[in-house]
Structures are given as C-alpha cells and as structure tokens.
Write a protein that binds this ligand. Structure first.
Ligand code: ADP
Length: 912
C-alpha cells in the first residue's frame, strides 16, 4: 500500500515536471501510465485499464511491456501527442526514476513513414507592434530539421509579402511540429494559418532558446565556428535564432540525434521555381484535391525501389529547379538511363537491396541502432562500389552525370567502414544487443577466449547426461536449467535408488527427483560469469562500432543521397520509357511549345487525345474557351505539369517540347476544395488572384481556371477583363486563362499578345461530341443548351433557351413571357443591354429599367391582364390597334393623334 502511494505519487510529481501531454514511467518490466494519462492512452490505443489503490483512493492504470514501448509511442506521437518517458535506474539504496526523453511529432525517430518528418521553428522580427497578425514589413526566420535523416535547413523571408512567403515555405515542408518564437503568440493569425494548412503540432519552447546570443552559440557549437559565415547567414539574425531553437529543442527532448546533424544548409529560394501552396494542391503534386496519394503526380511517376529514392523524387517534384545547368545534368542522366535498358534494370535491382542510410545515420547517432541496423549500414555501403561498377561498365552510363553522382561520396572511406563492420559483426545478428551473439570470432582475441571458455563450459553441461548415464547406469537421467533451481540433474522415480552418494537432492517432483553435484554448481557459476562477461564485452565492442558509425554520419548521408539520386533518376527514366515521354528542350525565352502533349496523370487511365500548345512572345496569353467538360482544365494543367516536369529534369509526355524556364508557376483553379473547407469562395478566389498578380513576373507561368464566377456576372466579367489586361500588358507572364465568359474572347482580337484557343467539340443531330483537340480561335457556340437537352430538360425549356440565347447574342429584344402565354396577350418587349448591363423595356427604351440579376428578374407591366398599365393608356392602345390606316382620311388621323397626345400628357401629370 505504501509502495503504491509512492508510485502514483512519483508519477504525478514527474508529470508536474514536464509539459508533455503524456508520461510513460518505467516500473520494473513495464512502462506504466496512471490517472488521466492511463485513460487517455487506453482510449487511444485500446489498452486495458486497471485500478491502482493509493491513499485510500484508486487510480486508473495502464501499462505496456518494456520492449513494446516503441510502437505505442509511435502511435501516440503520430496522433500528435508529446510523450515523456521516465526510466528507472539503480541507486545505492534501491532505484529512482527520471525523465530521460520526450518524444514529440517532430523529434520522433522510429517513424514508420518513409516521408521526411520535419521539425520547424519560426521567428518573427520587426513588423510594427508585433501584435497578432504580423504586419508585412516583418522578417521571418525559419529553420527546418528532419531528425530522422539529419537534414537541417534555414531561410529568411522579408519584404512586402513576408508573411505569405514564410507560410508558403513552411507549407512546402509540411512539418510535423512547429516551434513558434516567443513573439508569435498563440492567437496570432500566422499560427491560425499554420493550423489550417498543416497537421503540425504547435509546441512551446523556452523563450531563452530563441535568444539571439544563445541561439548563435548553439549553432556554432553544432555546425562549427565558421558555418554561419560560409552559409551566408551570419547577419540573418531571425534565421539563426530559429536554428538555435531547433537545436536546443532536439537536444532537450533527448532524441540524442544531434550528432547526425552535420550540415547546415541555407535554402536559396531563387534556385527553385516558386510554387505556392495553392499551386501544389491544384496541380495535385503529391496528393489529389481529395487528399488521396493515389492519382497524384508523384504516385504516377514514382518507380523508385528505395524509400530514400522515393523521398528524394518527391522533394524534386515539390521543389523544381531554375538552373539550366542542374536540369541539363539530370536530363542527361535520365536520357542515358532511358537508353541503357539492361544496365538500368540491373542498377535498380542492385539498388533494391539498399537500406535507408540517412535514417540509419540518425539511429546510430541516437544510440538506438542495433546490430541489424549496423549490418544494414554495412550492406548498403558495400553496394556503392557495385553500383559504381555497373555504371562504369555500361557504355552509355559511363560518361553520363550518373558517374559524377557516384563520385561524390568518399568511396574509400565507405569501403573501409563497410569492411570494418563486416569484420566485426556476425552475418545475421539478433535484434537485441544485450544477449550476445553479435561479434564474429576472430575479431577480438580476449572475447574469443571468453567465448571459447563459455562454449566449453556449455559443452561440458551438454555432454554431462551421457557421462552420468554411463557412470551410474541410470537410464532416465537428464540435465536441465530453470530460473529457480539453476542447473540440475533429474532422475526418474524408478531409478532414484541408484543415484550415487555425491548427488545432493534439491527437489522432489511427482515422477522424478532433482539433484545437484558440486561440479555442476561450479560450472554453473562459471557459465554465469562467462556469460555476463561475454555479453558485456560484445555490447562494448558493438557500442564502439556504433559510435564509429555515428561519427561517420556525413559519409552515410552522402552515400545515401548518391544512391537515392541514382534511384530517382532511374525511376524517371523508367517512367519515360514506359510512357513514351520525350526529352524537352530547355530554353531561356518565354516560349512553351508542345507537340502532341498529354496530361501525365490522365493519360494513365484514359485514351488520351494529344494536343498542341504554342506560346511565345507573340502568343503570351491564351484565352481558352470551350464547352463544359471539354478538357480546358486538363489542357491547362497539362501545360503547367509539362513545365514543372521539365524543371525537375524529367522527360515530358509529348512528342516534342520546348520549354522556356520559368521562375514560378501560379494557378487558380475551381474552388471546390475551398468550399469544402468552409471558406468564403469568392474571397478565397480573389485572395488567390491577388497573390498571383503580386507574385508573378514576366518569367512566370500563370494558369487561371475561371475567374470571377463567385460573383454576379458583370462583376465577374469586369474583374476577369481587367486581370487579363494587367497580366498581358503589365506583368507579361505566360498565361493560360479558361473562361466561360465569351465576352473575353474580344480581348484576343484586340490585344497583340493575347490569343484565343478553344477545345473543339463536334455537334451532330443535337448531340455533342468532345474532340479534346485544341484549336485556334474562340469557341463559337455554347453547348450548355445541348447538354441541358441531353440531360432530359423538358423540351419547351430547351427550345425557349435556344431562342433566348440567339436573341441575347444578337442583342435583340427578348419578350419576357407572362403566365398566360397561350393567349399571347399582355407581353412586353425588353432587351438585354450590354452597355448598361440592364434589361430595358424596348418601347420606352429608357424609362423602364429591369434588374438583370437572374435571381430576381422582375418585369413590371407584363401581366396578361394588363394591370400595370393605366387604363387611359390602355384605351389609347386599343383605339390605335383598331384604326385602319388605309381607310381613314389623313386629317382625321392627325386629329386622333393630337387627341391621344393630350390624353397621355394628362395621365403623366396625374402620375407625377
Ligand atoms: P473542362 O475544364 O473543360 O470542364 P476537364 O478538363 O475537367 O474539362 O475535362 C473533362 C474530362 O475530360 C475529364 O474527365 C478529363 O479526364 C477528360 N479529358 C480532358 N482532356 C482530355 C483529352 N485530351 N483526352 C482524353 N480525355 C480528356
């Protein structure tokens, strides 16, 4: 009872010490959770809850066996919890417990996911009052680290759009955990955005960790004194503060992986194509709009055979490059691999045996790598010469940039480390490092001696029954071992009278007796001693090996990276060959010419109709029209994806293509997903448009799929019109703009660089067939009515729509029909006036204006009973209708007209 009090009490006070969500405390062979934590964990992980009594009250308790903690930890961390682990250690008077590490979403090493797992810190400096929202003259410092691979990156964002640029950066990494600097408060708009756009856990880290001096010191300590200067961020205080905070957080959570963080990189944004968050989503780079992985571009082109290769390819797609040199290098490698089919297959087969070296480096650094992990390191390092040889021997590959990729890691050092590991470790080591069986004979003479003695002692025991049977003549005799009795000799009941005098009886069982003899006891003691010594020595040797591997983290990372690059390039080549892709010509001009292009994802599942695209200085801006569902979005996305793939260094789905390198790709596509998120559609649409108009340059590619649909027609047309002029004249970005506003096609005729194209459709006998080919000029008809017809909309409505459509097009009067259509009476002519945007009564032509908003179109004076006309006017109209002009003398006609005028003047006077 008192002990129970102690344990729960100890748990609760350790829990006080930490800001983690959950505490797992070691109690002997278990990790236990108590109180609220027990209930939470039981709930999340389906564990059984029991009750632990303490001080007369009872506490919920749940536990997991010591060796099983990792999967439970992973599950909790993947759900976003931060879990503190308290371990038990021996002291002079019993044992004590203390928190040894805190596992968090961003510092979790044993992730089951192949994707990168980023921990980010964000610091904001300046920017007005520093209150929530962060005005846009602020500077943001961002540091991002992947503890599972040792990757460490920093950047700074400042200027007019600092906030959105910082968010864009963060979103690209899709961090698992974000540490906001002390100046970014929890109600800050910035954090709201982070919460909305990512699944990151937001964790508070100490204010001191972000202090400039301290952070700078930590960065120097970690990466070396001159690093800040050589990376060029010595003066970037915000970035340095963020980096320092990440390092101290990783350190304090006790993941122990700092040793694998060997290289600080500053990511120079100007090296990459700007792809904002919306565009990444719209182009479905790594997941579809519905959030599925399958059906994304990555899913389609990924044929990598290693997890590191997959991770790299994904990174390439998310961060296309702008440097023609780098792209040409990748292209040449892909081209060589595409041609060398045999070598490519062999290469991929060989690479298939590679383990994830970057991840293994982190495991070694954190001390969590076991002997199997070190074997994996050895086997993978040993692949490097095999891969290099394959490349050197394949004629086409030998001179390709692939050979250079394999030159990067220090091959001698890799070979040396691999040989050392191979010499030390047994072929197929066990998964635990405490039970021996790790180290090869011949590696360490002292160990060998102990092993020999140990094995001799074991052998003595193994052969003891035979010897004793022979000596005593007893037939039912065996030697065994258990926890309580140690080694013993067991003799069947029927023969116990034959046991020699020196047999000392220790236990009686139903059918047998157990004995020991002095020699056996002695041997047992020897075995235990040797066993312990052997395990200790093996473990010590193993730990030295692991430290050596940890110290070579950079070598592992470089080798891993080189192998991953081979894998990613071979994957691009394999996809290109299978799908008949072509190497695009890269040019600096603003052209984008595609002959027989296809959409890389749609072509996988559809009989795709290839189409052409031609853009250059004279044809900078294409207005794409065509019926709904004809293929406008597909055509435009295809243009964006071909550009993107070209800037990844990949081949592209086309017969041939010339791609002018772009500095950014910006898209604004239908608002379906935004609607699902419950954001105001039109506002979001305008924010996206605003972002594009601010960010795009003459070197950018802009894709607009409908602009202005979220508002009333005339509003929409006006905004689309003005945006077109601005993009075409001012920004001069390469732009594809799909619109259902036929009015905009007029711009194609007026502005020199704006051209119309349309997706062709064929219409026969009232049926519409989509041809999917794109042709010059605007689409000439709207097929909406046909689709309505095909969908079974009642014939009178379809006929009437055609009629209205024709009249609208010709700006002709449309009579607005009353409820009593059949007798034809009481209708009035109104016309759709494009100039004023209003329906105007045709008779008075200006006096009677009618709202045009479809939802509330209301036309006075139209009822068949003529109620809205005053009776006097109606009488005049009747009279007018009755006159036969040919039969009436002119004087009489004049008199009548004069009379009517007087009557009308009177009635007007009445009204006013
Ligand atoms: P829109 O934007 O004009 O409404 P979409 O681009 O959404 O039309 O295309 C409509 C459908 O036609 C999609 O299912 C798409 O996969 C298919 N499609 C589009 N272009 C082609 C093509 N060139 N060949 C075959 N199918 C296509």
């Amino acid at each position: 009872m008192t002990e129970a009090t102690g344990i729960v009490g100890e748990f609760l006070s350790l829990k006080e010490e930490t800001d983690a969500d959950i505490l797992a405390m070691q109690c002997g062979d278990f990790y236990e959770f108590f109180a609220e934590d027990a209930e939470l964990v039981a709930d999340e992980l389906d564990l059984k809850v029991s009750q632990k009594g303490s001080h007369g009250s009872s506490y919920p308790m749940a536990g997991v066996p010591l060796d099983d903690l990792t999967p439970y930890l992973s599950a909790l961390v993947e759900r976003g919890y931060r879990v503190a682990v308290a371990d038990q250690y021996e002291t002079d008077d019993g044992h004590a417990r203390e928190i040894t590490r805190i596992v968090t979403p961003g510092t979790h090493l044993e992730t089951s996911d192949d994707d990168a797992q980023y921990l980010a810190a964000v610091v904001r400096e300046g920017g007005g009052d520093g209150g929530s929202g962060g005005s846009d003259d602020a500077t943001y410092g961002i540091a991002v680290a992947d503890v599972t691979t040792g990757q460490f990156l920093v950047t700074e964002q400042s200027g007019a759009d600092a906030t959105s640029a910082a968010l864009t950066e963060l979103y690209k990494f899709d961090p698992a955990e974000v540490l906001p600097g002390p100046e970014i408060r929890s109600d800050d708009d910035f954090l709201d955005e982070v919460r909305e756009r990512t699944d990151a856990s937001l964790s508070l880290h100490t204010t001191e960790a972000f202090a400039p001096g301290r952070a700078r010191h930590r960065v120097r300590e970690q990466f070396g004194g001159e690093t800040l200067e050589s990376v060029g961020i010595a003066d970037a205080e915000a970035a340095v503060r963020a980096a320092g905070a990440v390092i101290s957080y990783v350190d304090e959570t006790g993941a122990g992986v700092l040793a694998s963080m060997t290289r600080l990189q500053s990511f120079d944004e100007s090296a990459y194509v700007d792809l904002d968050a919306t565009t990444q989503r719209n182009l479905e780079l790594t997941e579809t709009m519905q959030g599925e992985r399958s059906g994304s571009l990555f899913d389609t082109v990924d044929h990598t055979v290693t997890s590191a290769g997959g991770r790299l390819l994904r990174e390439w797609l998310q961060r296309p490059r702008r440097s023609r040199e780098e792209l040409t290098r990748r292209q040449s490698a892909v081209a060589a691999l595409a041609k060398a089919a045999m070598a490519r297959d062999q290469l991929r087969e060989t690479l298939g045996d590679a383990y994830d070296l970057e991840r293994l480096a982190s495991k070694a650094a954190s001390g969590s790598a076991d002997a199997r992990d070190l074997r994996a390191v050895q086997e993978t390092l040993a692949l490097l010469p095999a891969v290099a040889e394959l490349v050197a021997e394949a004629e086409r590959l030998a001179d390709s940039p692939l050979a250079e990729v394999l030159e990067r890691p220090d091959r001698d050092a890799a070979a040396e480390l691999a040989a050392d590991l191979d010499e030390a470790l047994v072929e197929d080591p066990p998964g635990t490092v405490t039970q021996g069986g790790l180290i090869r004979t011949g590696f360490d003479p002292e160990l060998d001696e102990i092993v020999d003695d140990h094995e001799a002692a074991l052998d003595w025991i193994e052969t003891l029954p035979e010897r004793e049977k022979r000596r005593t003549g007893i037939t039912h005799l065996s030697v065994d071992r258990n926890k309580t009795d140690g080694y013993y000799i067991q003799v069947g009941k029927s023969e116990t009278d034959q046991v020699p005098a020196e047999y000392e009886q220790i236990k009686t069982l139903k059918n047998s007796e157990r004995y020991v003899i002095d020699e056996l006891v002695e041997r047992e003691r020897e075995i235990l001693r040797l066993e312990e010594r052997r395990h200790e020595m093996e473990r010590a040797i193993f730990e030295r090996l692991r430290d050596r591997v940890a110290a070579r983290a950079q070598l592992l990372q470089e080798t891993g990276r080189a192998l991953a690059e081979c894998d990613a390039l071979a994957s691009l080549a394999a996809h290109a060959v299978r799908n008949d892709w072509t190497r695009p010509e890269l040019s600096d001009g603003r052209e984008l010419s595609v002959d027989q292009g296809r959409h890389p994802v749609v072509e996988q599942t559809t009989q795709f109709v290839p189409n052409d695209l031609s853009m250059d200085d004279e044809r900078q801006f294409l207005i794409v029209t065509g019926p709904n569902m004809s293929g406008k979005s597909t055509y435009m996305r295809q243009a964006a994806l071909i550009t993107l793939l070209a800037q990844v260094g990949s081949f592209v789905p086309a017969r041939s293509a010339r791609v002018g390198l772009v500095d950014g790709i910006y898209t604004r596509v239908g608002a379906l997903d935004e609607l699902a998120q419950g954001r105001s559609t039109f506002m979001v649409e305008m924010q996206e448009l605003s972002n594009i108009l601010h960010s795009a340059t003459e070197e950018s590619l802009v894709i607009l799929d409908e602009v202005g649909r979220g508002t009333a027609t005339y509003d929409g047309i006006s905004i689309a019109w003005a945006a077109t002029e601005y993009l075409a004249n001012r920004i001069q970005a390469k732009t594809l703009f799909a619109t259902h506003y036929h009015e905009l096609t007029a711009l194609g005729e007026e502005l020199p660089t704006v051209e119309n194209v349309h997706v062709a459709a064929d219409e026969r006998d009232g049926d519409v067939t989509f041809l999917r080919t794109v042709e010059d000029g605007p689409t000439n008809r709207s097929y909406g009515v046909h689709v309505a017809d095909l969908a079974g909309v009642p014939e009178p409505v379809v006929d009437r729509s055609r009629d209205v459509l024709d009249r609208l097009r010709e700006e002709k009067a449309i009579e607005v029909r009353g409820s009593d259509v059949a007798d034809g009476g009481g209708t009035e002519q109104v016309v759709f006036d494009l100039g004023s945007g209003e329906l105007v009564s045709e008779e008075s032509n200006s006096s009677q204006q009618v709202a045009t908003d479809g939802s509330q179109m209301e036309v006075p004076a139209t009822d068949s009973d003529g109620q809205s006309l005053d009776p006097e006017t109606e009488a005049i109209l009747d009279e007018l209708g009755d006159i036969d002009v040919n039969e009436t003398p002119p004087v009489e006609l004049m008199a009548k007209v004069q009379n009517w005028q007087e009557q009308l003047e009177d009635s007007d006077a009445d009204v006013s």
